[in-house]
Write a protein that binds this ligand. Structure first.
Ligand code: ATP
Ligand code: MG
Length: 396
């Protein structure tokens, strides 16, 4: 295990609590990652101090109280937000997502019981060392994701845990314990109670993971539940498609690859809109998806594609390259594009809006004329030359 290096501001927060006679432990991702020799990107702290007591301890600091109902306060130290949560004991869950009531407890052991997986319930502080009530270290060693307690109850309480299990397994390339896996499947329909935003964010996390193909292999029913479009794929199409995912690395590329078998742009758009991804992300994925369906034999099509998708053109081209058996054909066209640098945008045209105004064009006419001219230039039916373009306009 990597020694747990605690950042200075986290240490400050821990010292303040300890000096006021409260317990405080690091928990979750930080400890897990230290064991796995992975970089630590966030520190979750857990304490027996109640939110009110924490506000008193941190009275000289800025605090944010948005999570206070659930026992979390955010303290700003050295311009960084530090989240600290009071030991909690969750009560009944009637909506498959949030506990009906949050009860604070003074027992660290109780707090660990309400956590999702054994590998996420390791706690540490420099004075007490490591506490591991659920054999998390053993599961880390054996690379296993295992629910704490009765997995059926835990997934019934909070269905989001189903997707978290898949995300952790695929991110760390771990295996999900058989009874945990079975319980996930038993409760997949409860995912309908989880907000779209949370589903979309877990799906993003899964798509960004190293073991993405395995995640889609092992969890087909669950992932099809959150992405029903996958149900339209034949088994063979599903398997070939998920096999392509690791050819790319980013979320957008992988989502485009996942949707590759779908031809209809409206279906793609609706699928992404339903998951409420930001419009920019949707556009990006759509562009890459469009690239995967781009004809490979037409210089005009490639130019048009460049015109429509300036921002993502090179990425789209590279993705298309990984997915074709006609790489040579595509390279030839692409090289021609790089060498000749043909006009593919209004900016590169020898005639602009101002020129058209000088020629007495007005309003919408200006845009449609520019469009027509650009298209003719790209088709190589007109040269990109001011005089020639003006002559053409005078003749028509
Ligand atoms: P990362 O931040 O790298 O995604 P993490 O383990 O720190 O991983 P967080 O979402 O930051 O995950 O949550 C911190 C800890 O809170 C988890 O390690 C786990 O112990 C607990 N936790 C988070 N979400 C849940 C949940 N839905 N059910 C039970 N425990 C949870
Ligand atoms: Mg975390």
């Amino acid at each position: 295990m990597k020694p747990i290096v605690i950042k200075e501001n986290i240490q400050t927060a821990m010292n303040l609590l300890t000096n006021n006679n409260y317990e405080v432990y690091l928990v979750g991702g930080a400890i897990r990652n230290a064991f796995l020799d992975l970089p630590i990107h966030d520190y979750d702290l857990t304490t027996n101090a109640t939110p009110e007591q924490m506000l008193d301890v941190f009275k000289d600091f800025t605090t944010i109280q948005t999570g206070i109902k659930h026992g979390t306060i955010t303290v700003v130290i050295n311009h960084e937000n530090i989240e600290i949560t009071t030991y909690r004991k969750d009560t009944t869950y009637t909506n498959h997502r949030h506990p009906d009531e949050v009860h604070f407890t003074t027992s660290l052991e109780e707090d660990c019981k309400r956590r999702d997986f054994t590998i996420n319930a390791l706690t540490y502080n420099p004075n007490e060392g490591l506490k591991d009530f659920h054999n998390g270290q053993q599961d880390l060693q054996n690379k296993i994701i295992r629910a704490i307690g009765d997995p059926n109850i835990r997934f019934e309480e909070d269905a989001l845990r189903i997707l978290r299990a898949i995300r952790f397994a695929s991110r760390l390339d771990f295996t999900i314990a058989p009874n945990t896996q079975q319980a996930m499947l038993n409760h997949k329909n409860d995912l309908k109670y989880v907000s779209i935003e949370r589903i979309a964010s877990e799906l993003k996390g899964i798509l960004e993971s190293v073991a993405v193909e395995k995640a889609f292999q092992t969890n087909k029913e669950i992932l099809t539940f959150i992405l029903p479009i996958l149900d339209t794929y034949t088994t063979q199409t599903y398997l070939t498609t998920i096999h392509t995912l690791s050819l790319a690395t980013t979320f957008e590329e992988r989502f485009a690859l996942l949707l590759q078998p779908i031809n209809d742009p409206t279906t793609i758009h609706t699928t992404l809109k339903t998951l409420k991804y930001p419009n920019k992300t949707i556009k990006h994925i759509e562009t890459l998806h469009q690239a995967l369906h781009l004809p490979l034999n037409s210089y005009y099509d490639l130019k048009q594609f460049k015109h429509q998708t300036k921002d993502y053109f090179d990425q789209a081209y590279n993705l298309r390259y990984t997915q074709t058996t006609h790489q040579e054909q595509l390279t030839t066209l692409y090289n021609k594009l790089q060498t000749n640098n043909p006009c593919t945008s209004y900016k590169e045209m020898a005639l602009n809006g101002k020129d058209l105004i000088a020629l007495n064009y007005k309003g919408k006419e200006i845009n449609t004329t520019l469009q027509t001219l650009l298209d003719l230039i790209m088709k190589e039916e007109l040269p990109n030359n001011k005089e020639a373009l003006i002559n053409y306009l005078k003749k028509t």
